[in-house]
Design a protein around this ligand. Structure first.
Ligand code: 13P
Ligand code: SF4
Length: 334
């Protein structure tokens, strides 16, 4: 299969039409893959688009939890991923660690029925199912505030997993206290309405207060826009905090001459308007797992559908689908 890149592109287009396959790609995918997609978007948009798509086959260029979410929402659809690469943050929590955190709260005197869990969509199907069983919700970075607001109406303590930064940032936006299990003092955990799991995104941890200071000193008047997976001290200093699609909208809304430094994954920032847009870090903020997927992988996946060998198909067991779907649908209801 020593085709040139152009020939691979041609073949991908031919197979896509022949096989009734829809290709979706997250904004963080490499350009070569991103350009082949029928649809691109943030986690929430892609989950919706992919689950509502009519084609029997879907190829998801992204990270594992994204393909799983589509399979959970539409179990009849055959979902494939050119690389089943797992988001590093999603890997920081499994069902045992989730249960351990619930137990820690119980040992502090919080009854299980008084805990309402919310999991960021960047988590495994099994963790989503656990959250669903406990009456909780899934959220994404674009709707986290809305979901937390709704959940707080229950009067229960929110256990937010796995991203402590997203949980803390939403709490700050709402003027509420938050605490992190494993970091905060017991009295703070007991008092805070939002208690976070100690997980984070290693890519978004790269953005520092010093980066903001550097850009503000170098280019007076520059705007700073960051993803809510960045540290709270970074988000607090930014002009805008939003999901990937919200960041794109914000940058596009600025006058062309307005300089802006963006704190999110490199491929997306690099694809934004070319002039007066900067990556908010001197270290290249590439997501290693998002970047695993290549044009060759996408081509191989299409070939495997044509040959009916069906490689890298996503499966989620029935019981997990049942409960994870409840947690995902609760999010869509809001
Ligand atoms: P979005 O939902 O904003 O696309 O974020 C997904 C993600 O993994 C960010 O690191
Ligand atoms: Fe996961 Fe971070 Fe990569 Fe997003 S950027 S997919 S949270 S590791």
């Amino acid at each position: 299969m020593n085709f040139s890149e152009d020939k691979i592109r041609e073949e991908i287009k031919r197979l896509k039409d022949k096989l009734k396959v829809t290709i979706v790609a997250h904004y963080y995918q490499k350009d070569e893959v991103f350009e082949m997609a029928d649809h691109s978007g943030d986690s929430l948009q892609l989950a919706k688009i992919a689950a509502e798509d009519e084609n029997p086959y879907l190829i998801f260029c992204g990270v594992g939890f994204m393909g799983e979410s589509v399979k959970i929402l539409d179990p009849k659809k055959r979902v494939f991923m050119p690389r089943v690469a797992c988001c590093a943050m999603a890997k920081m929590i499994d069902v045992d660690y989730y249960d351990q955190n619930v137990k820690i709260l119980e040992d502090m005197g919080v009854k299980k029925e008084d805990i309402l869990p919310i999991t960021y969509i960047n988590s495994s199907a099994a963790v989503k199912a656990r959250v669903g069983e406990m009456g909780g919700y899934v959220c994404t970075s674009s709707n986290a505030k809305k979901i937390i607001e709704k959940a707080l109406q229950s009067g229960k303590k929110i256990l937010f997993v796995p991203d402590k930064c997203l949980g803390q940032n939403v709490a700050n936006m709402m003027g509420l206290k938050s605490a992190v299990i494993g970091e905060s003092k017991e009295e703070d955990i007991k008092e805070a309405p939002i208690v976070c799991y100690n997980g984070f995104c290693s890519v978004h941890q790269l953005f520092e207060v010093e980066d903001i200071e550097f850009y503000r000193n170098t280019y007076p008047g520059i705007k700073i826009a960051v993803h809510p997976e960045c540290k709270p001290e970074v988000c607090n200093l930014a002009d805008f905090v939003g999901s990937t699609s919200q960041l794109i909208k914000y940058v596009n809304s600025l006058p062309k001459e307005q300089k802006v430094a963006v704190g999110t994954e490199y491929n997306l920032v690099h694809r934004m308007r070319k002039e007066n847009t900067y990556v908010l870090s001197s270290t290249k903020p590439e997501c290693p797992t998002m970047n695993e997927t290549t044009l060759q992988d996408l081509y191989k996946t299409l070939l495997s559908i044509e040959n009916e060998t069906f490689e890298n198909e996503i499966f989620v067991d029935e019981n997990t689908v049942k409960w994870a779907r409840i947690a995902l649908e609760r999010m869509f209801e809001i």
